[in-house]
Design a protein around this ligand. Structure first.
Ligand code: ADP
Ligand code: ASP
Ligand code: MG
Length: 442
């Protein structure tokens, strides 16, 4: 029998695993919450100047690919794990796991295998430290070629992780493809592993332990006193994280939302704080219109002008097709009578801009095409935003006007829970502060 009636899956992020002190603190939380399974990240940064283990491993993989020595970079991984291993009295085991990793890198195991070793070693250390049961993610999580979880994983997790007295400890960030090779998620993907395990075990709660008191109404690095959000919906969280609130990865919401498993984001370093509860439907604060603001910079707007565009049927579809053909996602497409602007992130366009422009020229024969770089998008998230749009726009504009910040675009769906406002990249920080003051600060 498990110790607790409630089945809790926890995930501890990089900062919670960065030092032996924070690992000891995380171990206390696992015990006090009587977790059934725990997912851990690779050690993150101890301070601002530090380097994450995953970053060092990815660098090693790049060096190996170029046929260059990777020892100097790998020594940073060794140092970090050795410090932890020594403090937690498992020096010999830690050295053995590091040697296996070193051999794997030398013998040409690929990028994803190398990147996944930070989580793999960390889970082995944490499991030994808390007297848990290490279970490798590659034996639980099967991924399709596109890095999406295959549903068979949920059956495997349910069948393999039987109820027992000690918690399972599982490395985050990766799974295995059908051909047996390791595949990682996107950066920050241990959040997804936690959600997959929670869903597979049909947990009562998925606790995501990080280094802040839950999700805040704005990135605390921009607004240090941003309010903590007590409760929010899965949709609101997905929107916030898609738009830049990296505290919980967007793709971590889908597995738990389908089963309505609440996600609680909490602070390892301040566990008495309630954190944020993410649920299917808000039970409190139902009157609150705006719940939070998120922002991202580095967008590019491709503006297509053609006289009479508004009366040319299907032109918008043809233009968007040019992006789709090149596998580039589109953020939004504010449209005028004779002008359509399609906004994408520069990481998506990644050298494909000219190809897309030439294709648009072939498909719709525009009068002009201009490319505007350096766009930042601010997204405000809440309930029934479109029904309160005039109020929101007037309050927001007056604050922006006072600071002399011009808006470059605005879009919001008719029945949606977000509004996206475009600015010049250089103004994005000031814009977030102005919008926060206008709409959230009391
Ligand atoms: P972990 O290593 O625990 O996964 P992350 O660094 O991925 O932690 O996420 C936590 C960080 O997310 C915080 O330290 C904070 O700087 C950042 N962050 C960005 N937006 C928000 C937000 N709206 N609320 C809280 N934290 C945010
Ligand atoms: N260690 C991985 C990263 O740094 C995954 C994670 O931390 O969630 O991206
Ligand atoms: Mg994270």
């Amino acid at each position: 029998m498990i110790k607790s009636e409630r089945s809790i899956v926890g995930k501890f992020g990089g900062t919670s695993m960065a030092t032996s002190d924070s690992i000891i603190q995380s171990g206390k939380i696992v015990n006090s919450e009587k977790m059934r399974a725990v997912v851990v990240s690779a050690p993150g940064k101890k301070n601002l100047d530090d380097i994450k283990v995953t970053d060092s491993l990815l660098r090693c993989s790049q060096l190996v690919n170029k046929g260059e020595p990777f020892e100097d970079v790998f020594s940073m991984v060794i140092e970090k794990f050795e410090d932890i291993g020594r403090d937690l009295e498992m020096h010999n085991d830690t050295i053995r796991w590091l040697e296996l990793t070193h051999k794997g890198i030398e013998s040409g195991f690929g990028r994803d295998w190398i990147a996944s070793r930070g989580e793999n070693i960390m889970a082995r250390i944490f499991s030994k430290y808390i007297d848990g049961f290490f279970y490798d993610a590659e034996d639980l999580i099967i991924l399709n070629e596109n890095r999406q979880v295959n549903n068979i994983s949920y059956e495997i997790i349910k069948n393999k992780l039987e109820k027992q007295n000690i918690p399972y400890v599982i490395p985050g960030f990766y799974g295995k493809k059908f051909d047996g090779s390791i595949l990682t998620f996107e950066r920050g993907g241990s959040d997804i592993t936690g959600a997959i395990i929670a869903r597979g075990l049909e947990a009562d709660e998925y606790q995501n332990w990080t280094d802040v008191d839950g999700v805040r109404a704005a990135d605390p690095r921009l607004i240090h006193d941003a309010k903590s959000i007590h409760e929010m919906t899965f949709r609101e969280m997905r929107e916030m994280s898609y738009r830049g609130a990296g505290v919980l990865m967007m793709d971590a919401i889908i597995p738990v939302a389908e089963f309505e498993i609440p996600v609680i984001v909490k602070n390892t370093f301040n566990p008495s704080n309630d954190g944020t509860r993410i649920v299917a439907k808000r039970e409190s604060n139902t009157e609150e219109i705006i719940i939070g603001i998120a922002s991202r910079d580095g967008f590019v707007s491709i503006q297509i002008g053609k006289n009479g565009m508004n009366s040319e049927k299907g032109i918008a579809g043809k233009i968007l097709e040019c992006f789709e053909e090149n596998d580039v996602s589109v953020e939004h497409d504010p449209t005028g009578i004779d002008m359509m602007s399609v906004i994408s992130h520069k990481d998506q366009l990644n050298g494909k801009t000219d190809k897309i422009i030439n294709r648009i020229k072939e498909m719709v024969c525009p009068d002009e095409i201009n490319v505007i770089n350096n766009i930042g998008l601010v997204c405000i998230v809440g309930q029934n935003i479109s029904k309160k749009s005039s109020f929101i726009l007037s309050k927001m504009s007056s604050h922006l006007l006072k600071k002399g910040i011009e808006i470059s675009s605005i879009t919001y769906p008719t029945e949606g829970n977000s509004m996206i406002i475009g600015f010049n990249n250089n103004n994005i920080k000031e814009a977030v502060i102005a919008i926060y003051d206008a709409l959230i600060r009391n």
